[in-house]
Design a protein around this ligand. Structure first.
Ligand SMILES: [Zn+2]
Ligand SMILES: [Zn+2]
Ligand SMILES: [Zn+2]
Length: 368
């Protein structure tokens, strides 16, 4: 449509295309940006609870007796900054040991596991981007320490998932800021798929696919022309998918983003296991996480989201995948409600072109 070469690499016309996730090709996203073809209902931003203290909140300071006694309290003396408590309604429990069961096509693995809550901050309504970098790096190192302890607590645990739900649309049932840790006897299917596919890529290409994606995002430039008419079909510019880059990490908008404002954060140097992250890198990660959340908040005016850490599982059969798999954080803001089409087809629908979303996020000017 536009033939101006000085135009930014932002699509000026509506696009409708199915994008294949390069890491997990069985996962596809329909990017459909025209208003008229929007098949989704928008999720209105939820009013944010800005209160610092709520008398009835079990996670607020002064109400510690409303939660089970803490598994960790940081610092141990004085006013706490973070607490880890048992989830009162665990999705997996460790109370009994049931033998695995198999009868014909009915197979079960016992529901052994742990489900814990990390009370991220003493201040009730504080949002991630409002926390200090120092506090965020304390939170990240708390995740790391607890994940490590859980992996060592029982060899039946194959995966420890750290995640956060923020806002009712993201499934948070308590408005006090918190994250969750679930240690489970199976490796989640999406992590398995990422490990399996990145291992296959490594076998064929002797490189980590995530490292290749980072290289492409930071260096790749191309113009694709239509062979017949000579018209430009697509322009790919350097940094088009990059939201920001720190010394050790990069925040990118995936080419096949499932969610309109999805952002992934990856270490720039290859690393398969989040638990190997040195403390100075966690400080750097805290900074880029804070800025990514601030950008999302600025663009969305209050963001409800899930984030989770995908790291190499500690089960023995995954050890060989260390050169192939690259740990990362996926941040998935919830701005629309999944429809029957998405649930029934497994095809995610994204109504904002990821390149445009990346540009919008990149352009936010952050104070400091
Ligand atoms: Zn509270
Ligand atoms: Zn890598
Ligand atoms: Zn992942």
């Amino acid at each position: 449509m536009s033939d101006k070469t000085d135009q930014p690499a932002v699509s000026t016309k509506a696009i409708r295309e199915i994008r294949i996730n390069p890491v997990v090709p069985s996962e596809a996203v329909l990017v459909a940006t025209a208003r008229s073809m929007r098949p989704k209902k928008e999720e209105p931003p939820a009013p944010h609870d800005t209160r610092a203290h709520v008398d009835t909140c079990p996670f607020c300071s002064g109400n510690e007796e409303k939660t089970p006694s803490p598994l960790a309290r940081i610092p141990e003396q004085g006013e706490w900054k973070l607490r880890i408590v048992e989830n009162l309604y665990p999705v997996l429990g460790d109370d009994r040991e049931n033998p695995h069961f198999a009868f014909g096509l009915q197979q079960t693995i016992d529901g052994y596991g742990r489900h814990e809550v990390v009370i991220d901050h003493a201040s009730h309504g504080i949002r991630l981007h409002e926390m200090t970098e120092e506090h965020l790096s304390l939170l990240l190192s708390t995740y790391r320490t607890r994940m490590d302890e859980l992996y060592h607590s029982n060899s039946r645990l194959k995966y420890v998932l750290v995640f956060k739900n923020f806002g009712p649309a993201a499934g948070a049932s308590i408005s006090h800021t918190h994250s969750q840790i679930i240690a489970m006897p199976v490796v989640p299917g999406n992590v398995q798929a990422e490990v399996r596919n990145s291992s296959a890529y490594f076998q064929a290409n002797h490189r980590c696919i995530f490292c290749c994606l980072i290289d492409e995002a930071l260096t790749f430039e191309a113009t694709l022309y239509d062979r017949g008419s000579g018209e430009i079909r697509r322009k790919i510019s350097v940094g088009q998918f990059v939201i920001e880059r720190s010394k050790r990490f990069v925040a990118i908008k995936p080419f096949a983003s499932r969610y309109e404002w999805e952002v992934h954060i990856l270490p720039l140097e290859h690393a398969s296991d989040f638990l190997d992250t040195p403390p100075e890198d966690l400080v750097d990660l805290a900074g880029i996480l804070k800025r990514a959340m601030a950008r999302l908040n600025a663009v969305l005016g209050g963001v409800q989201y899930n984030f989770f850490i995908h790291s190499l599982p500690h089960a023995a059969e995954y050890a060989d995948s260390a050169p192939a798999f690259h740990w990362h954080i996926e941040i998935c803001p919830r701005t629309s409600i999944p429809t029957g089409f998405e649930l029934g087809s497994g095809l995610f629908v994204n109504t904002i072109c990821p390149e445009d979303a990346a540009e919008k996020l990149r352009k936010v000017s952050l104070a400091e």
